[in-house]
Design a protein around this ligand. Structure first.
Ligand code: NOJ
Length: 550
């Protein structure tokens, strides 16, 4: 395979070439993370499910796109009750995805291209078929009993408290044989580990070391806010804003089952392991309000490097709301806290389906010009939409448990569309989830050839971000919201960029400050590059502009 090194791309940790100065941005502050859902990225063996050799075969594409790291959702042995988030062995590869040798090959090939590899670390729970749980449930006096969370039924019977599982139903399941309930924040097939037990802690920290020794560059940590629960197991209070369409989990405020203060000790311990090697990254999956989210940077920055910021997934798509979000987040960040932005992931509807095709281009410009590490979900770069899943093909347990509320996650997990060939270039077999009807036109091959495509917009945005320090790591200065237009600047030294995003479907005008002038360096629409801007910038409907200010 041809070696592809990106000019100016950061070198890998441990190679001795990148030792950043204290005040130099790290690779992950400059970089862009690309989220691969491995079941759906590239299938090499015709079983209809993506695999590790498939990911390796697409690394040159990712280099061309210009991302810096891939985060791969779980690849471990698993009965797949929750598609890999139910792990039976944290230190192995599911045969469906390949072998450890395939994994080593992927890391080596990625590193050869200056691409980092992040794994999904699932500390909160295991599969109920994990050997630890099989032992734990065997008897009340099993040495591993306390590796999971066991409680007696409530006096008179029933679950020990009112906690609801994320996918619906009680979060407690009675084990008839031993007469106690085990706790599971998700499915009954996913019992929660007891992180208050030092033996569990030690074993799970060793999992991090296992993968670090194999060369991984960091982790996305699953369900991090859930890892420690209230030591008194108090009932959660009702959610005053609950409406039935929100799904049963939202009926309570998860005050005692998540975001407990002691989780910070666990995070410090995980971070300690990462810090044993230079340059490794820890991203935390944390659905939390901003004021709580930012506490996960930890005191003095001893927590996760990037508490994942999902607020763009949850905020109404209009200039006022998005502008208020960006400003609130920027204000809340601690001095040492580096921002992060996410537009889509494998748990939420795709951005193109949430905001529409034209605005998805504006969203791409937002993602790639804001201050902070952007996370791109596979397929968003070609504008993939959610795919309707016929009832007979539903896979996601959430949809099966709580049908019809739009909570199912299959629509955003469908196979990557590489080409107009049968199987979309994803598989030669029957894909595990249906392909989008759009794939004959909406695919990587077609979009690379089409200058105005979403893919080429992403490519241009990423290329510009990589070339301009101001956009990658420069300061952020809000310029306000006027009507449908959101405006901000990114600055570094004498480089100053004004970003204007029209979140509306009408044309708009943005008056510049007196004596301010510049040149359009990038538009969501073709044919504007090089336009000079003086007095006022005119935006077409659904247009975003990056203007280099003179
Ligand atoms: C969050 C993951 O992103 C999701 O896909 C999974 O179902 C739950 N955590 C449980 O691991």
């Amino acid at each position: 395979m041809m070696e592809v090194r990106r000019p100016g791309g950061p070198a890998l940790p441990g190679t001795g070439r990148d030792k950043p100065e204290m005040d130099e941005p790290t690779w992950w502050q400059r970089g862009i993370v690309y989220h691969v859902y491995p079941r759906s990225f590239q299938d090499c063996n015709g079983d209809g499910v993506g695999d590790l050799p498939g990911i390796t075969s697409r690394l040159d594409y990712l280099c061309w796109l210009g991302v810096d790291a891939i985060w791969i959702s779980p690849i471990y042995p698993s009965p797949m009750a929750d598609f890999g988030y139910d792990v039976t062995d944290h230190c192995a590869v599911h045969p469906m995805f390949g072998t450890l040798a395939d994994f080593d090959d992927l890391v080596a090939e990625a590193h050869r291209r200056d691409l980092r590899v992040l794994l999904d670390y699932v500390p909160n729970h295991t599969s109920d078929r994990h050997p630890w749980f099989v032992e734990s449930r065997a008897s009340r006096d099993n040495p591993r009993r306390d590796w999971y969370i066991w409680r007696d039924p409530a006096p008179g019977g029933g679950p020990p408290n009112n906690w609801v599982a994320n996918f619906g139903g009680s979060a407690w399941t009675l084990d008839e044989r031993t007469g106690q309930n085990y706790y599971h924040a998700y499915l009954p097939d996913q019992p929660d580990l007891n992180w208050r037990n030092p033996a569990v802690r030690a074993k799970m920290l060793d999992v991090l070391r296992f993968w670090l020794d194999r060369g991984v560059d960091g982790f996305r940590v699953d369900a991090l806010r859930q890892v420690i629960k209230d030591d008194q197991f108090r009932d959660n209070p009702p959610n005053p804003d609950y409406r039935p369409g929100m799904g049963p989990y939202q009926s309570l405020l998860p005050r005692y089952s998540t975001d407990r203060p002691e989780v910070q000790d666990v995070i410090r311990a995980m971070r300690g392991v990462l810090d044993e090697r230079p340059g490794r990254l820890m991203i935390g999956e944390l659905y939390l309000p901003i004021h709580r989210l930012v506490t996960y940077y930890g005191e003095g920055g001893s927590g996760v490097h990037l508490p994942a910021n999902f607020h763009l997934l949850l905020t109404p798509w209009n200039a006022e709301a998005v502008g208020a979000l960006v400003d609130a987040y920027e204000r809340a960040l601690p001095e040492f806290g580096w921002p992060n932005w996410v537009l889509s992931n494998h748990d939420r509807h795709r951005v193109a389906s949430r905001v529409g095709e034209a605005q998805a281009r504006v969203a791409a410009m937002l993602l790639l010009t804001l201050r902070g590490t952007p996370t791109i979900y596979y397929g968003d770069e070609i504008g993939m939409h959610d795919v309707p899943i016929p009832p007979g093909r539903v896979q996601d347990p959430w949809e099966k448990n709580v049908p019809g509320l739009g909570l199912g996650r299959d629509p955003e997990r469908t196979p990557m569309q590489w080409s107009p060939d049968p199987g979309a270039g994803f598989t030669e077999g029957e894909p595990w989830l249906p392909l989008s009807d759009e794939y004959p036109e909406r695919n990587v091959m077609a979009e690379r050839a089409e200058p105005g495509s979403m893919l080429n917009l992403y490519h241009r945005l990423i290329t510009l971000r990589r070339a301009e320090t101001a956009l990658a790591v420069g300061r952020y200065r809000p310029r306000g919201v006027r009507g449908d237009v959101l405006a901000y600047e990114r600055l570094d030294g004498d480089r100053r960029f004004l970003v204007l995003l029209n979140l509306g479907h009408e044309s708009a005008k943005w008056a510049l400050e007196p004596d301010e002038a510049g040149e359009v360096v990038l538009s969501t629409h073709l044919g504007r590059g090089g336009d000079s801007v003086a007095d006022a910038a005119r935006l077409r409907p659904d247009e975003g502009l990056v203007i280099a200010l003179a």
